[in-house]
Design a protein around this ligand. Structure first.
Ligand code: ATP
Ligand code: MG
Length: 166
């Protein structure tokens, strides 16, 4: 199916605001953001998981979400202002059941969210990665890069996420 990324982002933010009453997210979605191929609900789940982590591990700071086209891809990033992830854990957090961080700041969770996200993003032909500034060790950014879909020229953009041939 054709997935309207901007729509999926707004749904994921709404879901976060239902589960964590009123949690604010600073949104910046590039106008005319392209569509991707895949499943809308699964993309919502991926973005929601990243927002949930940013809320859970990012402390009181701001959560920001940016989405833009970059060459042939659509890039979505979720950034928080929390304590960050140490360099040696940046890949490990995508392993099943792996949880980083000291016991003192451990929050409830199973360590499955990011491994599921990686699988879902891969199923849409994309990649997911984590960045955390090694020097200041402040803040975490999760990046999702998905190949943009070429929309057929005659597909009306307001109907394109419904009933597209996939
Ligand atoms: P689940 O998502 O299954 O409820 P979880 O949040 O622990 O549990 P993941 O979402 O896979 O599992 O995250 C794995 C680990 O990565 C977390 O336990 C946490 O240590 C670390 N992590 C994830 N996101 C962040 C973040 N934004 N800042 C700091 N650490 C993070
Ligand atoms: Mg999680």
């Amino acid at each position: 199916d054709w997935v309207d990324v901007a729509d999926a982002i707004r749904s994921a933010v709404e879901r976060l605001q239902k589960t964590h009453a009123g949690r604010k997210v600073k949104l910046s979605i590039a106008p005319g953001l392209r569509f991707v191929r895949g499943d809308q609900d699964l993309l919502i789940q991926v973005i929601y998981n990243l927002l949930d982590n940013a809320h859970k591990y990012g402390g009181e700071g701001e959560i920001s979400l940016h989405a833009r086209d970059e060459a042939k891809d659509v890039v979505i990033s979720v950034t928080d202002e929390g304590p960050g992830i140490k360099p040696s854990d940046l890949e490990r957090v995508f392993e099943k059941f792996y949880r980083a961080g000291g016991a003192d700041r451990r929050k409830p969770g199973t360590g499955l969210g990011l491994s599921i996200c990686r699988g879902l993003v891969a199923s849409m032909g994309g990649v997911i990665s984590a960045e955390s500034p090694a020097v200041r060790r402040r803040g975490t950014r999760l990046l999702v890069r998905l190949p943009a879909a070429e929309l057929p020229a005659d597909l009306p953009s307001d109907a394109s996420d419904r009933g597209g041939s996939a």
